[in-house]
Design a protein around this ligand. Structure first.
Ligand code: G1P
Length: 294
């Protein structure tokens, strides 16, 4: 079984659901308690064994590169002043040089197009896709659970979970077949998928929630730039075509997903990550209780 070493993180979206916060700050750099959303997602990738992160970026997203680079002026000032704790925080999320790449998507043509942009850097090996709007709090890490499933059954793996009532039409929805061994019945053969089905036509209530293990044959299918739902090049459509020649399994991963793409989801994530924070959790609880008392 070839290892999954690289992850593609499409981050070029405008963040329309998070306006105006995402107007001048890349939406995935918005904060979830103590660090940007992206830092949490990269940590999940590292916990799953990812060695190289490929960000698909758009115009104005230079701050993402800056976040994962040294800020020499800041670091030398902190060092000179002996502020070692703050220095440790300022450098905590840095990769080793060469472990991150940034590709301009150039046009917002959809998720399938974003993934296709990574084709040369991925080459001929299986890879992960992580949608960073979706923060997944899980142990083992959500992507690790997907890679464990891949190591058991091979082929392509898609993380799924039940859609909130009445919301399935907003997502990619899967149809399922047989249950695979292990994973407490949460790993199933996929028989179909559809991107943003019209309300009432959803084949199930399980939506594609943002972690994938895919094979490089997907790139040839994405290359013809077929447009799907919303006039965009959809990853779901290319996966459906790949399903004709390769196996797909859906994994209901164990953990909690926070959709950080809008204000309420971001607030929920902030509260949850604050409440479980090793150092500040107690203070967050008191703070929230105080606010609720009014
Ligand atoms: C994308 C995918 C969709 C998936 C969703 C999860 O849609 O195309 O299949 O269910 O992410 O957030 P988007 O949110 O970009 O419309």
């Amino acid at each position: 079984m070839r290892p999954v070493r690289k992850a593609v993180l499409p981050v070029a979206g405008f963040g329309t659901r998070a306006m105006p916060a995402a107007k001048a700050t890349p939406k995935n750099l918005l904060n979830v308690f103590d660090r940007p959303i992206l830092a949490h997602v990269v940590e999940e990738g590292r916990a799953a064994g990812i060695e190289h992160f490929i960000f698909i970026v758009g115009r104005g997203q230079g701050p993402i590169e800056d976040y994962f680079d040294h800020n020499v002026e800041l670091e030398s000032q902190l060092e000179a002043k002996g502020k070692v704790d703050i220095l440790a925080l300022a450098t905590a999320d840095l990769p080793q040089p060469g472990q991150m790449s940034f590709i301009r998507q150039m046009r917002a043509n959809g998720l399938g197009h974003a993934v296709w942009c990574a084709r040369d850097l991925i080459g001929d090996e299986p890879f992960a896709v992580m949608l960073p709007d979706m923060l997944m709090d899980a142990a083992p890490a959500a992507l690790k659970q997907c890679i464990d499933a891949y190591q058991q059954v091979g082929g392509n793996i898609v993380a799924v979970e039940p859609a909130p009532p009445g919301q399935a039409h907003k997502y990619g929805i899967v149809s399922l077949g047989d249950t695979a061994a292990g994973f407490d019945g949460r790993l199933k053969t996929m028989t179909g998928m559809v991107e943003k089905p019209p309300p009432g036509t959803e084949p199930s209530n399980l939506f594609i929630s943002g972690r994938y293990v895919l094979h490089p044959e997907i790139f040839a299918l994405l290359a013809d730039h077929q447009k799907g739902a919303g006039g965009e090049i959809q990853l779901t459509d290319a996966m459906l075509r790949l399903m004709a020649i390769q196996d797909f399994h859906a994994l209901e991963y164990q953990g909690t997903t926070y959709d950080c793409g809008d204000v309420l989801g971001l607030l929920r994530a902030n509260l949850a990550f604050g409440l479980k924070h090793a150092e500040h959790g107690g203070a967050v609880r008191d703070l929230a209780a105080g606010l609720l008392k009014g």
